[in-house]
Design a protein around this ligand. Structure first.
Ligand SMILES: Cc1cc2nc3c(=O)[nH]c(=O)nc-3n(C[C@H](O)[C@H](O)[C@H](O)COP(=O)(O)OP(=O)(O)OC[C@H]3O[C@@H](n4cnc5c(N)ncnc54)[C@H](O)[C@@H]3O)c2cc1C
Length: 388
């Protein structure tokens, strides 16, 4: 069977669903999302930590966070169905980055950009950190920056909220898999699905996360995006700590409260790339637990309750997303991938940006031109120094 669509979105994770939502809001009539797995067993979206922060160094990332966080705070209103509101469990407890000797200048430079961009941020030296967080070990720290209006939410509620609302607005979800792209006259002219169906789209969005590079390859486009395994652990303590922000420390350890306990993770950037979903049972004991106990002594007595593995769609060029088409080569094929661990928090801004690009042919709210594919062609990284 052959069908036509104005926009076909490949991948129904949070980015694909947000794109569908904003495209319909922008008045695009026929939008479909192709997603092979409605349970999202391997997708990154439902298992993200859920952290949303304005603590970036690049203006684009800060602006995207500002829009997205405000959007999440009124998510229930945006995606309500018949008056029923989706609760993303927004917790505005703040984000705290702490660093040791040698990293102060980067943190201070980032702080200035954040401050100039209108972010409420607070710089703290070791004494101030120790006074504010007496349960945290601070001897090796020299500086910290707190963004008190950042926080975290439930990623699966965001995914499902966008999906249901997009459906209600008329976006068609097809349970299928893209297997082939046909290219002619600088355009993707046809998409072939595993079921045998063929779609003739006016425009295509490649929002296939870790699978985006293999999809782009079908159209002759190389993307420096690979799957990078990342573990997430849920632990409980014998005695609870006072309320705390999400903390990111010099070991790249992330700790935040979750339910009766804490969600913790420690990114290992040299993790071999590939579709590996196995949990390494020794990683927590070898690496994560010692890092937790080093930072917060109360974590010495923790109990590991659950752990799982997920994949970052890691942009090997510079750790930033790739957004847009390949002008002059693939005019109607728009990629949105390479989120490198911050796609959930930016999903509303990315969805809106894709709708602007496709409907208006340009960015209208936040200029994201420097996040485009040209920098990949030129091999000129546009790196984010905010991820310490
Ligand atoms: C452990 C972990 C913690 C994270 N923590 C955070 C965080 O705190 N904050 C944050 O902002 N981000 C975080 N992230 C990153 C965030 O989850 C991702 O950036 C975001 O979910 C990417 O969404 P996506 O829709 O692009 O990808 P996905 O959710 O992976 O969706 C891609 C979809 O494409 C589909 N697909 C694959 N192949 C095909 C095909 N051939 N045809 C059609 N569809 C296909 C897949 O089935 C999948 O559902 C984290 C990620 C992980 C793994």
């Amino acid at each position: 069977m052959d069908v036509s669509h104005d926009v076909a979105i490949i991948g129904g994770g949070v980015i694909g669903c947000a794109a569908g939502y904003f495209l319909r809001r922008a008045g695009v009539a026929r939008v479909c999302v192709i997603e092979p797995d409605p349970t999202y067993a391997k997708a990154a979206s439902p298992i993200a930590t859920g952290g949303c922060r304005r603590l970036f160094a690049l203006r684009e990332n800060i602006l995207m966070s500002q829009f997205s966080i405000e959007f999440f705070k009124s998510f229930a209103h945006h995606v309500a169905l018949d008056g029923e509101a989706a609760d993303v469990q927004w917790r505005e407890e703040g984000y705290l980055f702490v660093v040791g000797a040698g990293h102060e200048r980067v943190l201070e430079a980032n702080f200035r950009v954040q401050h100039e961009s209108g972010v409420k941020v607070e710089l703290m030296d070791r004494e101030a950190l120790a006074a504010r967080y007496p349960w945290m070990r601070c001897e090796d720290l020299t500086l910290g920056v707190l963004s008190p209006e950042d926080g975290w939410l439930d990623p699966n509620s965001v995914l499902q909220g966008f999906r249901r609302k997009a459906q209600a607005l008329g976006v068609e979800f097809r349970r299928d898999r893209v297997v082939e792209l046909h290219v002619g006259a600088r355009r993707v002219s046809q998409i072939e699905l595993a079921s045998g169906m063929r779609i003739r789209p006016e425009a295509v969005v490649n929002a296939a996360g870790c699978w985006a590079a293999s999809i782009a390859k079908l159209a002759g486009m190389d993307l420096p995006v690979n799957p990078m395994r990342r573990f997430e652990h849920y632990v409980e303590l014998a005695t609870d700590l006072p309320r705390m922000p999400l903390i990111k420390d010099p070991d790249r350890l992330v700790i935040r409260p979750e339910g009766k306990g804490y969600a913790v993770g420690l990114v290992y950037s040299d993790e071999p790339r590939g579709f590996n979903f196995d949990v390494d049972p020794s990683y927590f004991e070898r690496v994560v637990w010692p890092a937790c106990a080093k930072r917060i002594p109360a974590f010495e007595g923790l109990k590991l309750k659950r752990e799982w593995a997920g994949l970052y769609d890691e942009c090997e060029l510079d750790g930033n997303m790739i957004l847009g088409n390949w002008p002059g080569k693939l005019d109607n094929f728009f990629v949105a991938c390479g989120f490198s661990g911050h796609g959930l928090m930016h999903a509303p801004a990315v969805g809106r940006a894709l709708a602007e690009l496709i409907v208006r042919g340009r960015f209208e709210t936040i200029d994201l031109a420097r996040m485009g594919y040209q920098r990949v062609r030129d091999r000129v990284p546009y790196a984010e120094r905010g991820i310490i």
